[in-house]
Design a protein around this ligand. Structure first.
Ligand code: A2H
Length: 253
């Protein structure tokens, strides 16, 4: 972990009822996958959520009403940041693995896709954020390559029980223009660097470096309430909006 604390926005991706058997004990409650992001202004372009198939997760009581699915580690940190029904103690209702979460239909804040699905990503770290990531393939090279892998490899979908309809209908949504990189910056940079899969760590690190910096300093919003404004300006405004409306919470580690 870095020396600087990282401030994440946790996006509340609501699991749509009826729940599958593994989650049936939670029926009647508000259940969310809690995705950690540094780019809340990109939430318009969500196409799916990412989970680590072999990762360990739990469904934790965050308040009287809300249940969050995330790692035990994140639940403990949240409990010390006021977010647990039992103060300073995670309260786990159901233990889960990433496999249990694949294919869950979700409603996520700001997303133009009304329903998106939870899909496997093999490079998720369980010691960062919540272990749940929301996917914005227009602007995140990791998301672009992981979605590309699932779209182009039927055997990969079969291996993880991913249905075609959870993946194939979802196109990249242009949401930010970056001069030099266009409206689908992640695709452009991944193509330029000839990245072949989500496993090309070094090249993806370079792709992220290139898009992340430029996106923040030079990016212009193409959609939403702050269309035409700089990403730099829109980001804090969107973050505040999401937290004030109860669609996200702030989390640091
Ligand atoms: B970001 P940092 Cl559009 N394992 O959100 C792997 N990656 C994780 C993670 C985990 N446990 N938890 C969060 N992340 C991702 C959006 C986004 C992100 C865009 C562009 C770049 C970008 C949509 N995915 O991140 O190591 C999340 O993806 C570029 C680094 O704490 C989160 O923000 O700096 C980011 O990595 C946090 O990474």
């Amino acid at each position: 972990e870095g020396v600087q604390p990282q401030d994440y926005t946790l996006i509340k991706m609501e699991v749509v009822s009826p729940f599958p058997p593994k989650l049936s004990a939670l029926e009647g409650r508000k259940v969310y996958l809690a995705a950690a992001t540094l780019r809340p202004e990109t939430m318009y372009g969500q196409t799916n959520a990412w989970v680590l198939p072999d990762g360990k997760y739990g469904a934790f009581e965050i308040s009287d009403t809300d249940v969050f699915i995330l790692t035990q580690r994140a639940a403990l940190n949240l409990a010390y940041q006021r977010f647990s029904k039992v103060p300073e103690k995670p309260s786990c209702l159901v233990e889960l693995t990433g496999y249990d979460l694949i294919g869950l239909p979700l409603k996520s804040p700001l997303s133009f896709n009304e329903i998106i699905y939870s899909l496997p990503m093999l490079t998720i770290l369980t010691d960062k954020g919540t272990g749940i990531v929301t996917s914005v393939p227009s602007d995140a090279p990791d998301d672009f390559m992981a979605l590309h892998d699932l779209k182009s490899k039927p055997a990969l979908r079969a291996k993880y029980g991913v249905k075609d309809e959870w993946v194939l209908p979802f196109e990249i949504v242009p949401i930010i223009n970056i001069p030099d990189f266009g409206d689908k910056s992640a695709e452009k940079v991944c193509t330029d660097l000839k990245i072949k899969s989500q496993n090309e760590k070094d090249k993806l690190a370079e792709a992220k470096r290139l898009t992340y910096l430029k996106g923040f300093t030079d990016g212009i919003m193409l959609v939403g309430e702050f269309t035409g404004r700089k990403v730099q300006e829109a980001k804090p405004l969107i973050k505040t909006k999401l937290t004030e409306t109860g669609q996200a919470i702030m989390y640091s580690e």
